[in-house]
Write a protein that binds this ligand. Sequence first.
Ligand SMILES: Nc1ncnc2c1ncn2[C@@H]1O[C@H](COP(=O)(O)OP(=O)(O)OP(=O)(O)O)[C@@H](O)[C@H]1O
Ligand SMILES: [Mg+2]
Length: 223
Amino acid sequence: MSEPSHLAALTGVSKRFHRGPETVHALRSVSFAVDAGELVGVVGPSGSGKTTLINMLCGWEHPDEGEVSWMGTSPDMARLGWDQIAVVPQRLGLLDELSLADNIGLPLMLAGQKSRRRAGRVREVIELLELGSLADRRPRQVSFGEQQRTALARALVTAPRLVIADEPTGHQDKTREATIFGAFRAAVSSGAACLVATHSQRAIAQLDRMVEMEDGEIVGERR
Ligand SMILES: Nc1ncnc2c1ncn2[C@@H]1O[C@H](COP(=O)(O)OP(=O)(O)OP(=O)(O)O)[C@@H](O)[C@H]1O
Ligand SMILES: [Mg+2]
């Protein structure tokens, strides 16, 4: 019997970047998988390859060697929507022309969901991430930490099977960090997987599994 496919996996993935005469080995033959129902962290020093690993898993970068798969197929073939895989990039990518609520509702709007139903779900994730009083503001009118929580709300709004977040608590206080990890835990309890790059010791304590990176390699894994 064949093994069930992972939600997302990298197999022997290497990635090099060229900067003038210099070659940066951002990933060196990395193999790694995420399964349903787990909260996984990627930790490691700045420049160790966490964002590159995440960009590979999202299908935003292509490996020089190795393979990326989503639910057993290649990202190009899979063409999965936001309801399958949702990402919180390190640079957030909020649209400044839209209010926080409209940014959060965008994946549902693009999926064709009717406005009344959409508004109900948007309200739920706004409450979950404690953005209630800010919903009508534009991203530039709120703090960076609030923008981060907005980007996370936008990722969670579709209840995706896999949530990938790059340093989602970098600008949060202790209480808000707990709020964010509470939201990840709720998603995991309902069967999703969450993959989070983080530097935070408090966040590490919340993980089911942790992958440690150094200089483009996975150097340790702990449960
Ligand atoms: N587009 C690029 N061109 C050249 N070098 C790059 C590029 N993207 C990343 N790198 C390099 O690849 C290495 C890994 O970078 P990456 O962004 O994955 O690190 P990181 O672990 O996410 O760091 P941080 O904790 O600071 O976010 C670094 O040395 C970085 O300078
Ligand atoms: Mg990074």
